[in-house]
Design a protein around this ligand. Structure first.
Ligand code: SF4
Length: 362
């Protein structure tokens, strides 16, 4: 079987690192309890006035997750967020997450107004796969089926044959492999590597990574497991292979939340973004103990420490502002949107055939 990785430039890697550090320094302001209550009430009022609904990712602050559920919105992964926005009767969908999530919502709901809480909320996978470079790379490999992860721009989705979420990637690539097809996978090299090892498919890979999951360290995780023999380990497959190898459950965000319930442990070491703890406790019980898988730690090489710098830019104040002023609207060139919709809906149809809903990226 063939596996090779297409490198991205050191300059682009440095730019992504700088963008992550910059995002980290632009977290929302600390608000007093009175201020938080003020914004919560203001948002509730504006949601009604603007005929809007909140869709919030598992990784954003729990305060926003609670508000979404209180107001009839949704807390989920990116594809479910887009699907919910599409099916909900509201004319405006407010997305608390990162840019590609707003774009995915717009791809499925072109007639709706899609507002992003934080315009600069990005993703290292999306930033690590610029559409022009990626398209040129695809042109060099016309013999390969192009599959892109949900964490990509609309333009990259438009260039792909398929979009895949982490829960459907295994089945989709196995299906293509069984048909004798070769795959070009982008952008997450760790998820691609995981899928390749599971399926044995011939995969050519793009070289991007998530700044959160790439930071988890296997040696330290192994040591922690020895200290906590009762704890189960939950790992998102955007993590390095040696971290995945230590997992009791590997899966997408929705699958890890379910695993926290199904494994029945009282203690979990979690190798994904910490915002997910809120939903894990909601589903598996408030009494479970959750702790982050070890990273190199603050002040060392850790750029995230299990906190996505872009997800954490979302806050109540900015949410109230976009609702009030209609800012940060997601707009996509209609040709690109239509092409991206084809590859996205192709995945959804495949998922129905094989009994996977497509949930979730993360
Ligand atoms: S956690 Fe990683 S993959 Fe998810 S939005 Fe942040 S940088 Fe992107």
């Amino acid at each position: 079987m063939n596996i090779s990785i297409n490198g991205i430039s050191d300059q682009l890697k440095n730019e992504i690192r700088d963008a992550a550090l910059n995002a980290r320094s632009h977290r929302g302001a600390m608000l007093s309890a009175d201020q938080r209550e003020f914004y919560r009430e203001k948002i509730k009022k504006l949601l009604i006035e603007r005929d809007a609904v909140l869709v919030v990712h598992y990784y954003v602050d729990s305060e926003l997750q609670i508000l979404a559920e209180e107001t009839g919105g949704c807390v989920s992964d990116s594809l479910e967020m887009a699907r919910f926005g599409y099916e909900h009767p509201a004319s405006t969908v407010v997305v608390a997450g990162v840019k590609f999530m707003g774009e995915t919502a717009k791809i499925l709901s072109p007639e709706k107004k899609i507002l992003l809480v934080e315009d600069d909320a990005n993703c290292s996978l999306d930033l690590g796969c610029p559409a022009e470079q990626f398209s040129a790379f695809c042109d060099q490999h016309p013999d390969r089926e192009v599959i892109v992860y949900a964490n990509t721009s609309a333009a990259v989705k438009a260039r792909a044959d398929w979009v895949a979420t982490s829960s459907i990637a295994l089945k989709l690539i196995q299906h293509l492999h069984d048909q004798g097809k070769k795959v070009l996978w982008a952008p997450d090299k760790y998820l691609g590597d995981y899928v390749q090892r599971q399926t044995g498919a011939d995969m050519l890979m793009w070289d991007a990574a998530c700044v959160v999951h790439e930071e988890f360290k296997a040696d330290a995780l192994e040591a922690l497991k020895k200290q906590l023999p009762d704890a189960k380990v939950l790992v998102h497959p955007e993590s390095p292979a040696d971290v995945i190898a230590l997992a009791d459950a590997v899966g997408s965000t929705s699958q890890l939340i379910q695993a926290a319930k199904d494994l029945g442990a009282k203690k979990y070491i979690v190798a994904t973004e910490m915002g997910i703890y809120h939903k894990m406790k909601q589903v598996a019980g408030d009494d479970i103990e959750l702790m982050p898988a070890p990273t190199a730690g603050e002040g060392a090489t850790c750029e995230s420490c299990a906190n996505c710098p872009w997800m954490k830019m979302n806050d109540l104040e900015k949410m109230a502002d976009v609702l009030e002023n209609g800012g940060n609207e997601i707009l996509i060139d209609e040709n690109i949107r239509q092409q991206a919709e084809v590859s996205l809906k192709r995945m959804v149809e495949f998922g129905k055939k094989v009994g996977v809903t497509g949930r979730s990226s993360h």
